[in-house]
Write a protein of this length. Sequence first.
Length: 90
Amino acid sequence: MWYSCPICSKSIGDMTRHWEKLDQVVASTPMPETYQNKMVWILCNDCGANSLVQFHIVGHKCLSCKSYNTRQIQGDPTASCASSVTEIVR
């Protein structure tokens, strides 16, 4: 079942209930130690915002519009959080 436009990738319809369910799944899914405190950059397909978020194996939530319709654009989840923050500060 398609939840996003095949051309622009924006969500089709109100996905609020779906995002709320994903919030629960993310909260109940422990991250392996290897990936804890890892940060990645994401692009939101719905609002176009870039966000630096904590990596999660289930999904990445846009900090701007709260959508999970995102894609990772930069960052290696195996890189340390501290090194990512240092690069941003520079």
